[in-house]
Design a protein around this ligand. Structure first.
Ligand SMILES: C[S@@+](CC[C@H](N)C(=O)[O-])C[C@H]1O[C@@H](n2cnc3c(N)ncnc32)[C@H](O)[C@@H]1O
Length: 307
């Protein structure tokens, strides 16, 4: 029996609206999770729209298979990184009219302590969404102090990065750091009143490094634009400023790629616009949604249409 997959889809109605779901059209969900968004995509594209569902997490995929089984062969499942969606598209025979990327981790990933994502429960220092050889334990025990400081600063935007990196290095000289509890304790020891924010930031930074989340996003955004049919919609839900910044920057570059000096009467660089941005300001959850689902609080939705 699979464990229930308790994840509430974030900005669900807004995502569906921006995807512009139509009966008989086909969609790709690059971050299937338990299939919360996908279930509604399938409802709205019925009776025969297809859904390509990807997730790098085998447990998520298993839950999605169960949750979406009533849709039969309308759904194709792939245990893959969404950065590889072009390879998947090359093997399927239908057009894709929209792509959804609902980034980050799902509630079950955070809540299951054996996955090692949370500082609130003791578990192995793992943090892998998929099966990569790099684990949080390796990052914490093997990275040079300067590399630790860099990832805490770049991916966590934590101002005490240097101090925390030094404390980790000192602790690991005594014994290998193997659990989230040990890591949380070391972080706490660096300041008398440790704000929870710092713990979240450091854990977020390690998670981003372990899963190469920004590398996947960069490649995934480009692949999404490449694989969609003209008029297809790309909807991206981000949960921290690095992801949102990267998405915003990518959309801007695609919507206005010309690098010619201003005032030149014609375009000499030859770069072509590939998308139209559908919202200048990101859509965020309203107070009701945040009250009902606090994990939605940092969500930002950006959408674009392929030309
Ligand atoms: C926020 S959850 C998605 C929840 C889903 N929209 C739902 O409503 O159930 C994010 C999911 O994306 C997956 N994921 C994150 N980055 C990924 C990547 N680069 N490739 C494939 N899956 C990824 C995670 O494993 C996780 O299951």
């Amino acid at each position: 029996m699979t464990q229930p997959f308790l994840h509430r889809p974030v900005l669900l109605n807004q995502s569906l609206e921006y995807l512009n779901i139509k009966p008989g059209k086909n969609y790709l969900d690059g971050t299937l999770g338990g299939g919360g968004h996908s279930k509604m995509i399938l409802e709205k594209s019925s009776p025969d729209g297809k859904l390509v569902g990807m997730d790098r997490d085998a447990a998520a995929l298993m839950a999605a298979r169960e949750n979406l089984k009533i849709y039969g062969d309308r759904v194709l499942f792939f245990e893959r990184n969404f950065s590889e969606m072009a390879e998947i598209k090359a093997d399927i025979l239908f057009d894709i009219h929209g792509v959804l990327l609902d980034l980050g981790v799902s509630s079950p990933q955070i809540d299951r302590q054996e996955r090692g994502f949370s500082f609130q429960a003791d578990g192995p220092l793992d943090m892998r969404m998929g099966t990569s050889p790099l684990t949080a334990e390796r990052v914490i025990n093997e990275y040079q102090p300067s590399e630790l400081k860099r990832i805490f600063w770049e991916y966590g935007q934590e101002k005490f990065s240097g101090r925390i990196a030094r404390a980790i290095v000192k602790a690991r000289e005594i014994s290998v750091i193997t659990t989230t509890g040990q890591l949380a304790e070391i972080i706490r020891s660096t300041r008398p009143e440790m704000p929870t924010k710092t713990l979240s930031r450091i854990f977020q930074a390690v998670r981003i490094e372990v899963n190469d989340e920004l590398g996947s996003l960069k490649n995934g955004l480009q692949a999404a634009v490449d694989i969609m049919a003209p008029g297809g919609r790309l909807v991206v839900l981000t949960y921290h400023s690095l992801e949102d910044g990267m998405t915003k920057q990518f959309f801007r570059e695609q919507a206005d790629p010309c690098t010619c000096p201003k005032g030149l009467p014609y375009c000499a660089c030859g770069r072509k616009t590939t998308i139209k941005m559908l919202n200048r300001k990101p859509v965020v959850p309203d107070d009701d949604e945040v009250r009902q689902n606090p994990r939605s609080r940092s969500a930002h939705l950006r959408a674009a249409e392929k030309l």
